[in-house]
Ligand binder design. Structure first.
Ligand code: GLV
Ligand code: MN
Ligand code: MN
Length: 413
């Protein structure tokens, strides 16, 4: 089934983004809305209210994933699903994740207005903590849903203050009763800004996403000994910061040794006791490593571990390298990829095949159901940044593609 003349409402989609961006708005026009904070609750509450206004039923599972359902005419059919996340980076933008949720809702609003029914139900899901900025690891909701790890593991993940996902969900009223996953799903499509510069550079409104690179995340703990910054001679110190600094430099160096370069980022550092005039006794830092080839990713892990151990041994420091999550690179389902390309063509939207450098909930869904993604350009390729921006017409183009593929997949009523 195709809907040749039906188009989503570009202004409504844009206005919905602007409304959502009020929760955690930053002075530079970005959004600071960490997962499962009160700001996240406010964004979730608005999304749920809009979904109910659109006549949908809303379910919430034990890890706080929100499922918004528009019934189909055939009760036997599993849902065609879309969605993404409403949480942001500590200094994030208005579109990363939010677009995928609001595009799904806009599809439902448009079909409602036009009185179009589908055979299979349509569902929009808001996944819990995709970003990983608060609890580490990221894609917690979809990881549990897809069986990457169990609900207890997801609920037990802690933020830097020791608050668990389970406690944070209770605090904001999103600890649902539904078991997580284990339900049939027809397919999953996620619309997302590209978060890179390629589509804008090529002047194309739509990217047909072929797959996504793999990632491994680590937490490194370097143990030394506290001491007086003024009195302890340099030769007698076991300075955890001095060791961590050498490790970080060497770790970034690992990325440059491989071609094509993997990407390695140390974005979080915690120093104990964090005092100007005490030699640091412990430094804890994060590593985010990514590459499209899983073997290279494994080789990088071995090298990174060796680098940390060698530096620690030489400096008389302790070091542990804990892997906190791992995602293999993913190729999306051929039928879903083809459906996205076909829809873009039908809509006369110029497009190209593209790979995702970022991780997405769709990467987990690809492990269990046919999955595809639709990218739209963002200004300057900027993302994970308050200045993240996208054009209303590009957001609308991706949303129209999403509507076509979902309706085609769900079938005529
Ligand atoms: C998600 O934001 C990622 O880190 O790729
Ligand atoms: Mn995202
Ligand atoms: Mn992100």
């Amino acid at each position: 089934m195709t809907l040749d003349n039906l188009r989503i409402d570009m202004d409504r989609l844009w206005q919905s983004h602007m409304e959502m961006a009020k929760f955690g708005a930053t002075p530079k026009g970005g959004v600071a809305r960490l997962a499962l904070t009160d700001l996240d609750r406010q964004a979730r509450d608005l999304f749920v209210a809009w979904s109910k206004e659109a006549g949908c039923a809303v379910r919430i599972d034990r890890v706080g994933n929100i499922f918004v359902r528009r019934e189909g005419t055939d009760p036997e059919r599993p849902p065609v699903m879309t969605g993404s996340h409403l949480d942001t980076q500590p200094l994030g933008g208005k579109f990363d994740g939010i677009y995928g949720c609001l595009a799904g809702l806009e599809v439902i609003r448009t079909l409602n207005d036009a009185g179009v029914e589908t055979a299979a139900p349509l569902e929009v899901v808001v996944w819990t903590d995709e970003e990983g900025a608060r609890f580490g690891g990221g894609t917690i909701g979809s990881s549990v849903f897809c069986g990457v790890y169990d609900a207890e593991t997801g609920l037990g993940k802690k933020d830097i203050d020791g608050i668990t996902v389970g406690e944070a969900l209770e605090a904001i009223g999103y600890a649902g009763a539904e078991p997580v996953g284990g339900v049939p799903v027809d397919s999953f499509f996620e619309a997302h800004i590209e978060q890179g510069p390629i589509l804008e550079k090529e002047g194309l409104p739509v990217g047909v996403v072929m797959g996504a690179q793999g990632a491994r995340y680590f937490t490194v703990t370097v143990d030394g000994e506290e001491g007086h910054a003024g009195t302890l001679p340099m030769t007698l110190r076991r300075d955890a910061m001095a060791g961590a600094a050498r490790m970080i430099d060497a770790l970034i160096g690992v990325a440059y040794k491989h071609e094509p370069h993997p990407v390695i980022t140390v974005g979080q550092v915690k120093v104990r006791p964090n005092s100007r005039n005490t030699i640091p006794g412990q430094v804890i830092f994060s590593i985010d490593s990514r590459h499209p080839d899983n073997d290279t990713l494994a080789a990088i892990e071995t090298e990174m571990r060796a680098v940390c151990t060698a530096i620690a041994d030489k400096a008389g420091l302790g070091v542990t390298v804990d892997k906190i999550s791992e995602r293999t690179s993913i190729a999306f389902d051929k039928d879903c990829v083809d459906a996205v390309a076909r829809a873009a063509k039908q809509l006369n939207l110029e497009n190209m095949e593209i790979y995702s450098g970022a991780g997405h909930d769709a990467c987990n869904m690809a492990l269990i159901v046919p999955t595809g993604m639709i990218f739209v350009p963002c200004e300057g390729g900027v993302s994970h940044n308050e200045l993240e921006n996208a054009r209303p017409e590009d957001l609308a183009a991706g949303c129209n593609v999403l509507m076509q593929v979902m309706v085609e997949r769900a079938g005529a009523a």
